[in-house]
Design a protein around this ligand. Structure first.
Ligand code: 6MZ
Length: 354
């Protein structure tokens, strides 16, 4: 990959924490649990190393990943590593999403899970990076270190009940001053009913949280239309839309988080050259390139930019503009937007375009 895409400052708005784990960390954790006899390592290794997976298999994989990652210490470690990996490839603003999990047998509540994530963020700032979490703190670009803004979105899993979804929203509200800015609805799209989550999502929005929805990963016109009528701040994927849903989306101007590699690897789109990125881009619909699950799909945001550039014939000036414009779709406060604009202005003066 051309290192220009790595040097390009980028904004990542759709990254699941447990999908972004380094493969090496996942294997190391699995090996440890294998030695303790909790799992059979060779079975686990086979699933992790498998390349192409259907959407259904991906959700099975997540259940396996959660077995090896869901304790406080590990959540703190993977948060730190994931943020460092994004920062290393010049992601300057990251909205990281994760599903708060409860596991009574190890004394984990949804709150203590998110506290472990926050601990991971704090351990980044005390090591190699200059991380900016507080909304009052202006960004500082320190020579020789990377600057990254991180904000958190709490995910509601489609397997959850209305009460569990509401618990997640209340937790997000309690943690608003700690970098939590919104709610995501995700999980296996063939499971659960949209109506189950509406009360919690409405409440979230009334209380000032931003909302993004996984929308149209499988064909479900009734749900897609209801989601678009809800007018979320952004949607992810938008793969299985029909004419009527495209019309609604385009007139709403809801920004779409585009995950090229994920959509190909899960077979929700048959090949990248027929991806809806092309049409939305051509029509100036707000879009942002994202990774979804960089670990699970062995990709990076720089790689997603390189793929879009080569597949759709977009030159470096167009790719710079695509990366820059994403500042407009972030959920963080205006002060951060202003800082990002400055970062892109300064990058525009130093990046070369030939
Ligand atoms: C829908 C997805 C997803 O929350 O444990 N997740 N949900 N579609 C996708 N496209 C492939 N990729 C990931 O991260 C893993 C969780 O994120 C959601 C699933 O609920 C998965 O269990 P966290 O950090």
């Amino acid at each position: 990959m051309d290192c220009w895409f790595r040097n390009l400052p980028k904004i990542e708005l759709h990254a699941h924490l447990n999908g972004s784990i380094r493969n090496s960390t996942l294997l190391e954790l699995a090996r440890e649990l294998g030695e303790k006899g909790t799992i059979i390592f060779s079975d686990f290794e086979y699933v992790i190393r498998k390349d192409d997976r259907s959407l259904r298999e991906v959700f099975k994989l997540f259940d396996l990943i959660h077995i090896v990652t869901t304790d406080h210490k590990t959540i703190t470690r993977i948060t730190k590593e994931v943020v460092e990996d994004f920062a290393a490839e010049n992601v300057v603003y990251l909205e990281l999403r994760t599903t708060p999990k409860r596991n009574d047998s190890i004394g984990m509540s949804k709150r203590s899970y998110i506290e472990a994530v926050l601990e991971g963020l704090r351990s980044v700032s005390s090591s190699s990076l200059d991380i900016n979490l507080s909304s009052n703190d202006p960004a500082k670009c320190v020579a020789g270190t990377k600057m990254i803004y991180v904000r958190l979105l709490l995910s509601i899993d489609r397997r959850e009940s209305t009460a569990a979804a509401m618990e997640t929203v209340k937790l997000a509200l309690e943690m608003k001053d700690m970098g939590v800015i919104g709610i995501d609805l995700s999980g296996n799209p063939t499971v659960g009913e949209w109506a189950t989550f509406v009360p919690a999502l409405k409440f979230a929005r009334e209380q000032g949280l931003s909302v993004t929805l996984h929308c149209g990963e499988v064909p479900n016109p009734v749900e897609i239309q209801a989601m678009l009528d809800f007018l979320p701040g952004r949607i992810g994927h938008a793969c299985c839309f029909q004419d009527e849903e495209w019309r609604k989306l385009k007139s709403s101007m809801i920004p779409v988080e585009i995950c090229l590699t994920s959509n190909i690897r899960t077979e929700t789109i048959s090949s990248v050259d027929v991806h809806h990125f092309a049409e939305l881009y051509k029509e100036n619909h707000p879009i942002v390139l994202c990774t979804d699950d960089s670990g699970v799909f062995s990709t990076s945001l720089s790689n997603e930019y390189a793929i879009a550039s080569s597949t759709f014939g977009l030159g470096k000036p167009e790719m710079f503009q695509l990366a820059r414009i994403a500042f407009d779709f972030i959920f963080a406060e205006n002060q951060v937007k202003m800082e990002l604009i400055k970062m892109f202005e300064s990058a525009a003066r130093t990046l070369e375009y030939d």
